[in-house]
Structures are given as structure tokens and as C-alpha cells.
Design a protein around this ligand. Structure first.
Ligand code: UDX
Length: 435
């Protein structure tokens, strides 16, 4: 099939590349010329495991191309994916200016039947708005489909190639059949393609992300309570998670969720409820608790140093909002860096992938370590903000040699309490007792 992807952010790029992998002829459009130049040379503009291999293979095979020319893109695809940003407006709602802007261009330009697919996370009713915008000037038949993505950063390629489900929102039989054909190769294992109306599809995405954010937030509150009453959240988590109705995943407490999706989507769903007088009380609490969760380790650090961390050196492991990505959007590490800098601390940071992104934000205010141990040279404390695997089994003897103090503030509960006791470190984690 001939496919056009408009917008080569992480969703567009993964979608385009994976659709090329199943033999489609894919053209990706982006307004950023530098980025398009790079992609044409085979350079993947984001860090996403396995994407580079697929990228190279499909470019070489001539199935994956890039251009800045929107009209060329609108000519090319029988199916046109809109994978455009929907940034958070000041009031928390999703800003649709990019999506509706392109819809206007589509209306003026297309002359043959096209399926226009909303891949961006958009509020309920957007497909209808896109349809109305195109219909105003349309010279041909077209259909609008809502097809939300459920890709996790760091696992996006795997999630696309082996999805647990695909959601297609469309009232048109013709469009449904085309989408079914496009996605059939990805569901050979028997996972479902769920056909529904556009609004339900749009809401499915928000509901899924908000539910997951709520699940994490619930555990964060339980963890904070564990800390106060002397329980161990790891034990509680296992006790709860083995009930299949609850499930083991997304029960890990920490210093808050971040990223490009959860914070934005929870706020957008809350706001869209408010707009029609429907109060999502639970989501309001989720936003509040998550903001608070980012702050919980800072007072612990202050407390350890008797309220004064001026000129203390804090080594930070992990800056990305989660492992396997270089994305620092809404990362809890940024909150900690800001607080520590303000309090006069010196900061040495290390992250396997996110160093460049942090450097462009903080410049020479931080020391950028060459590896995880370099970040601990003469450090007065270690603070862990992201659970990269490489931090899970450190050489504790090396830590004892390098650091001025044997203290670890762990925002991701990486270590076994007994092990840390044996290693003779003072240890503060989330929802477990101090050592
Ligand atoms: C999420 C959804 O999972 C995905 O389906 C959607 O399409 C986009 O948003 P992503 O933001 O890439 O994906 O990351 P995810 O792995 O879901 O983690 C989100 C945040 O929750 C991270 O900050 C992570 O650290 C945090 N988290 C996750 C926890 O704090 N505890 C957990 O148990 C799980």
C-alpha cells in the first residue's frame, strides 16, 4: 500500500518505519529540513532501540523515503497518517493547531479517495473536527479514522510489530477494510484489531494512559504510607500484584511518572471533562500526587545533611524519565536538579543516553560524567532517578572508595535492603524502611 506519514516525531517515525517493514511504500513528511536531510542519509533522529536497523534496511530497499514537500506527501499516500504534535495548552488541553492546519491543506489538495488517520493523541471529537475541516473544501471522497498508538518509548518498535491490540475508530466500511489490510500482518498471533466508532477510539487512548498513571500513583501513595507505618512496599506490591485482577505491571513506586504522554494525557482528559462540566476527581488527585511524588527525596537529602547542602557534591544516576530512552520531558530528575542547584549543591550527572539533552538545558551548571563511577568521584551522596539496568549491580567497593559519604538516595528502589545493609551504606528509598 502507499502510505504517507505527516510528522516524523517518535510516533510518526516508528509507524512509518514499521509499515515499510511489512512491504508498504512509505513517504514521511516533516517541515524540519535539517531533520529530513539527516533521515535521507539514514540517520535516525531519536534514540529508540532497534529502530536504526529497520530504518537502514527499509531505506536501502527503497520502501522508506523522506521529504519536506507536503503536496508530494498528499499525492503519494492512499492512507495518510497524521502523527503531529498535540502540545499541552496553557490550560492543560491538547492544542490541535497542527492537526487542523494540515487538515486544511488536505482539503485543498487531494483529488482522489484517501483515508486520513489520526495517530496523534487527540481529544474526543477531533476526528469529527478533522472531517468537518476537510469536508468544507473537499473535491473528492475521503474518510477519517482514529487509530491511537500505544507505543512505549524504548519498546516502540516491538510494541508496533507485536501489538497487544490495535484500535481502529471509523464508521466507514471502506476505511475499516483498508486499515484491517494494513494491520493484518502485525496480528498474526491472534491479538485483536478492535473496530469501534471514532470517539470511543479517541477516548480509549486517554483512558488507558490515565488508568496506568493512576495505577502508578496509587502505588506511590501506598509507598508513602508504608514509609510512615513501617511496612515494605515491595512486599505489598508482590502481595497485590499476584492477584491477576490487579496484575504485576505498573505497580512500581518511585519519584513519579514523567515523559511525553502520561503527564500531558492525564491533564488533557481532566480538562476535557471540566469543559463539559464533568469532574474527573480521580485525575485531579493523580496530577497532585504525582507532583508531590517528585519532591519526596529532596527533604530526605536535606535532612541527612542537617539542612545545609551548599557545596555538597551530589552524584546523580539517571536523567531520562525512564530507562531505554534519551527523553527528559517531565523527568523527575529535572525537578531534583533544579532543587539541588537552588540549594547550592554541586551536581555530577550520568545517564547512558540523555546526557546531550540535559547538557542543552543546563549547560555548564552541571558536571557531565564520562561514566557512572566518574559521577561519584568525591561525591557526598548518590541520588538515583532512573532505573537503567546498568545501575542495578554496581561495584559497591568502588562506590565506597570514590564517595566521601556512604549514602544513597534511591528514587527507583533498585537495591535489596539486606544487600545495602551488608554493603554498609545509609540508604533511603521509596516506601521501604531506612537503613
Ligand atoms: C506510555 C504508555 O505506556 C504507552 O502505551 C503510550 O502510548 C505512551 O505513554 P511511555 O510514556 O513511553 O508510554 O512510558 P511508560 O513505560 O508507560 O512509563 C511512563 C512513566 O511511568 C515513566 O515515567 C515510568 O518511570 C513510570 N512508571 C512506570 C512508574 O513510575 N512505575 C511503574 O510501575 C511503571
Amino acid at each position: 500500500m502507499k502510505i504517507t506519514i505527516i510528522g516524523t516525531g517518535y510516533v510518526g517515525l516508528v509507524t512509518g518505519t514499521c509499515l515499510a517493514e511489512t512491504g508498504n511504500d512509505v513517504l514521511c513528511i516533516d517541515i524540519d529540513k535539517d531533520k529530513v536531510d539527516k533521515m535521507q542519509k539514514g540517520i535516525v533522529p531519536i534514540y529508540e532501540p532497534h529502530l536504526d536497523v529497520l530504518f537502514e534496511r527499509n531505506i536501502e530497499a527503497g520502501r522508506l523515503k523522506f521529504s519536506t514537500d507536503l503536496h508530494q506527501g498528499l499525492d503519494h499516500g492512499d492512507v495518510i497518517f497524521l502523527a503531529l504534535p498535540t502540545p499541552e495548552d496553557e490550560d492543560g488541553s491538547a492544542d490541535l493547531k497542527y492537526v487542523l492546519g494540515v487538515a486544511k491543506d488536505i482539503a485543498e489538495y487531494i483529488t482522489t479517495y484517501k483515508v486520513i488517520v489520526d495517530k496523534s493523541t487527540v481529544p474526543v471529537g477531533t476526528a469529527e473536527k478533522v472531517r468537518a475541516t476537510i469536508a468544507k473544501n473537499a473535491k473528492t471522497d475521503f474518510d477519517v479514522v482514529s487509530n491511537p498508538e500505544f507505543l512505549r518509548e524504548g519498546f516502540a518498535v516491538d510494541d508496533f510489530l507485536k501489538p497487544e491490540r490495535i484500535v481502529i475508530g471509523s464508521s466507514s466500511e471502506r476505511a475499516r477494510n483498508i486499515m484491517q489490510r494494513l494491520y493484518n500482518p502485525f496480528v498474526r498471533s491472534g491479538n485483536p484489531i478492535l473496530m469501534m466508532d471514532e470517539k470511543s477510539a479517541e477516548l480509549t487512548k486517554y483512558a488507558a494512559n490515565s488508568f496506568l498513571a493512576t495505577k502508578i500513583t496509587f502505588m506511590n501513595e501506598i509507598a508513602n504510607y508504608c514509609q510512615k507505618v513501617g511496612a515494605d512496599v515491595d512486599k505489598v506490591r508482590l502481595g497485590m500484584g499476584t492477584d491477576t485482577r490487579i496484575g504485576k505491571r505498573f505497580l512500581f513506586p518511585g519519584i513519579g511518572y514523567g515523559g511525553s504522554c502520561f503527564p500531558k494525557d492525564v491533564k488533557a482528559l481532566h480538562k476535557s471533562g471540566n469543559d463539559i462540566n464533568h469532574s474527573f476527581k480521580i485525575l485531579e488527585a493523580v496530577v497532585d500526587v504525582n507532583e508531590h511524588q517528585k519532591t519526596i527525596l529532596f527533604p530526605e537529602i536535606l535532612d541527612y545533611f542537617d539542612g545545609d547542602i551548599k557545596n555538597k557534591t551530589i552524584g546523580i544516576w539517571g536523567l531520562a524519565f525512564k530507562p531505554e530512552t534519551d527523553d527528559i520531558r517531565e523527568a523527575p530528575a529535572l525537578y531534583m536538579i533544579d532543587k539541588l542547584l537552588k540549594a547550592g549543591a554541586k551536581i555530577k550527572v550520568f545517564d547512558p543516553e540523555a546526557m546531550e539533552n540535559v547538557k542543552s538545558k543546563y549547560g555548564d551548571q552541571l558536571y557531565y560524567a564520562s561514566d557512572m563511577y566518574d559521577a561519584l568521584k568525591d561525591a557526598d551522596a548518590l541520588l538515583i532517578c532512573t532505573e537503567w539496568s546498568i545501575f542495578r549491580t554496581p561495584d559497591f567497593e568502588k562506590l565506597r572508595e570514590l564517595m566521601n559519604n556512604r549514602v544513597i538516595f534511591d528514587g527507583r528502589n533498585l537495591y535489596d535492603i539486606e544487600e545495602i545493609k551488608n554493603q554498609k551504606f545509609t540508604y533511603r528509598s521509596v516506601g521501604r524502611q531506612f537503613v
